[in-house]
Design a protein around this ligand. Structure first.
Ligand code: HEC
Length: 431
């Protein structure tokens, strides 16, 4: 008897805390089940699963079955107990058996009654379950319920939610987002709109490409154009459509104009020039055998400007080289310029054509070089001075050959004329 009363109390408590058809929280029922009712536990298990899935329709009836049974069982058990108590053969077993039978009968009756009561909401008809977070509400098995609304407004820059009192809400967020432009980065939500961040950097660091950005495809780096300048002065920079930038070293671009350094181009460090030891030209014509020392052309020994002429003064001009000053040297005496005029004036009448003595020395230098008949072993030219000074020439001019004695006689030669002929002979009788 004591156990039955405990069961009855549990069922009463359960009935007061559950409410069929309104989605009773599973937690409350789970707490009640701890006391141990077979019917209630089965219903609760199904209810919990159904709640998770978002539909309470089937659960409502299951709850009704268990809960509705409680007051009926209570009444039946009380009646049985009264009846049994009057009988002499009452036993605990009898009471239990009666209670079980009563429970089954009453549950069936109550389910039938619930279905009848819910029939006010015909199956598959539109209704309003009063929850703004559900939509397309329809009746099913007498219960009005709808699908949970997602509240998705399709805008990534709003956070969608649903409030049981006010319904769907869309709150602006500041999430990163995609603005659909491949040329922007770090796009972020501002005031509910995806706003472009910084421009996408498309510089690929390759000077041989033209860099740009296409809003659809993103960075475009077109090979084959560009300066390709590597900032190395001694490389020739070109842009190849296949290989990209090409930098060609040219040592000649490193020429420092110094013959005492070697010049070379390095692709990384640029020009380098280092001292070399070699022959060089210091640009001074007055020095010879110049050599490079410490990168500078150092003058060698002075050039020899001696022309071996006793009368010339030799020197060297750094701009023009050797200079030979012959100011004080004797002027050269020639047949053509110096001697011929004298012969022409004093001897031409007999020594020009078909010359006397067979010699035309007064008009022809070659005849001066002929062997003399009157001065054996000498030339006619050498013999002229002899004939002048011994007074035999010019013929019939009455000259003594001594200028002082012959002074005033125009046909005779003066001392200066004799000296000129003398020098001409001593200088080799130049033409
Ligand atoms: C009027 C004519 C005449 C005049 C002027 C004259 N001569 Fe003669 N000369 C002769 C005759 C003729 C001979 C050949 C005979 C002789 O050797 O005496 C000759 C011969 C010479 C010879 C020798 C040739 C040889 O083969 O050895 C010399 C040298 C010479 N004359 C020099 C002079 C000179 C110098 C002058 C001028 C300053 C001069 N004569 C003027 C007539 C002339």
């Amino acid at each position: 008897m004591q156990k039955l009363w405990i069961a009855a109390v549990f069922l009463i408590g359960c009935g007061t805390t559950t409410n069929a058809g309104t989605g009773t929280p599973a937690d409350a029922e789970t707490g009640a089940d701890v006391s141990g009712s077979t019917d209630a536990a089965a219903a609760d298990a199904a209810d919990s699963a159904a709640d998770t899935a978002g539909t309470d329709v089937a659960i409502a009836d299951a709850d009704a079955t268990a809960v509705d049974a409680a007051p009926d069982v209570l009444a039946d058990v009380a009646a049985d107990v009264t009846a049994d108590a009057a009988a002499e053969d009452v036993t605990a077993t009898d009471v239990a058996a009666d209670a079980t039978a009563d429970v089954a009968d009453d549950v069936a009756e109550d389910v039938a009654a619930d279905v009848t009561a819910d029939a006010g909401c015909p199956d598959n008809t539109p209704c309003d379950d009063g929850n703004p977070c559900t939509g397309d509400d329809v009746c099913s098995k007498g219960v009005c319920a709808g699908q949970i609304l997602t509240c998705d407004d399709g805008n990534a820059c709003t956070t969608d939610s649903c409030d049981a009192a006010t319904g769907c809400a869309h709150t602006n967020n500041s999430l990163s987002c995609d603005d659909g432009n491949s040329c922007s980065v770090d796009s972020a939500c501002i005031d509910g709109t995806c706003t472009a961040g910084a421009l996408l950097g498309c510089d690929d660091g390759n000077q041989c490409t033209a860099d740009s950005c296409d809003p659809t495809s993103g960075c475009v780096n077109t090979l084959g154009v560009g300066p390709c300048n590597d900032n190395i002065a001694c490389t020739v920079d070109t842009c190849d459509s296949f290989f990209g930038c090409i930098h060609t070293k040219q040592d000649t671009l490193c020429d420092d104009g110094n013959g005492c350094t070697a010049d070379a181009c390095d692709a990384v460090t640029g020009c380098s020039n280092w001292n070399v030891s070699t022959d060089c030209n210091d640009g001074n014509p007055c020095t010879d055998l110049d050599v490079c020392i410490d990168g500078a052309c150092t003058s060698g020994k002075p050039v020899n400007c001696n022309d071996n002429k006793f009368c010339s003064i030799d020197s060297c001009d750094p701009s023009s080289g050797c200079v030979h000053d012959t100011t004080n040297c004797p002027k050269p005496v020639s047949y053509e310029l110096d001697v011929l005029p004298i012969f022409a004036a004093h001897c031409a009448s007999c020594h020009t054509t078909m010359g006397a003595g067979g010699s035309n020395f007064a008009s022809n230098w070659f005849d001066t070089q002929s062997p003399s008949l009157q001065c054996p072993g000498h030339t006619v030219g050498w013999c002229t001075l002899v004939r002048i000074q011994n007074g035999s020439m010019p013929v019939n001019a009455n000259c003594s050959g001594n200028p002082a004695t012959d002074s005033g006689k125009s046909a005779c030669l003066t001392q200066a004329q004799q000296d000129k002929i003398s020098v001409w002979i001593s200088d080799g009788q130049q033409p």
